[in-house]
Design a protein around this ligand. Structure first.
Ligand code: ZN
Length: 160
C-alpha cells in the first residue's frame, strides 16, 4: 500500500541541520504516525512521502520555505525584565506563553542584556534547511474518525 491522501503512515526519522548535527530523531522511540494530506508534518517532507510504501528509506532536504519558514523579525521583541515577574532566574532558551492579538504564542528568551530581554516567537527551526533520513514502517487506510479530526490516532499518533 502506498502513501496517499486518506492514508495514515508511520515512519522513523532522523533530522539533522546543515552542520550535520542531529536535531531530532525517533530512534529508540515509537515511529511518528501522521495523517497524509492534513498538514500534520512540514510540507516539504509530506510531499516526499507521497507514493512511498512500508520499508522504503530515503533522504530529503527541506528548504525553510517548505519547512518552518523564514524568521519573522516582527516576532522578535525587546521587553523589560519587569515583564517577567514571578520568574526567579531568567535564562536564555527559557520558553514562555505570550498573549498576542492573534492568540497565545510560544516565545523563547534569545538574549538578556542588563534590564532588556529579547524574546523570539519564531519556530526554533525557522530559517533552517532540514535534512531528514526517513524509513517508512507502516501505511494503512485512515479511519473515518481520523479524517474527521484531521490527525492520526493510536500508537505514535494523537492521544486524547
Ligand atoms: Zn482525534
Amino acid at each position: 500500500m502506498q502513501i496517499a491522501e486518506r492514508t495514515v503512515a508511520s515512519f522513523h526519522y532522523t533530522l539533522t541541520n546543515d552542520a550535520g548535527e542531529v536535531i531530532d530523531s525517533s530512534a529508540g522511540k515509537s515511529p511518528l504516525t501522521y495523517l497524509h494530506g492534513a498538514g500534520n508534518i512540514v510540507p516539504g517532507l509530506e510531499k516526499e512521502m507521497l507514493g512511498r510504501k512500508t520499508g522504503d528509506t530515503f533522504n530529503v532536504d527541506v528548504a525553510p520555505e517548505e519547512g518552518y519558514g523564514q524568521p519573522n523579525p516582527m516576532l522578535i521583541q525587546v521587553v523589560p525584565k519587569e515583564a517577567f515577574q514571578g520568574v526567579d532566574q531568567l535564562e536564555v532558551g527559557m520558553e514562555f506563553q505570550a498573549q498576542t492579538p492573534q492568540g497565545p504564542l510560544s516565545v523563547a528568551i534569545a538574549k538578556i542584556d542588563g534590564d532588556e530581554v529579547t524574546v523570539d516567537g519564531n519556530h526554533p527551526l525557522a530559517g533552517q534547511t532540514l535534512h531528514f533520513a526517513v524509513e517508512v514502517t507502516d501505511v494503512r487506510d485512515a479511519s473515518l474518525e481520523e479524517l474527521t479530526h484531521g490527525h492520526a490516532h493510536g500508537a505514535g499518533g494523537h492521544a486524547h
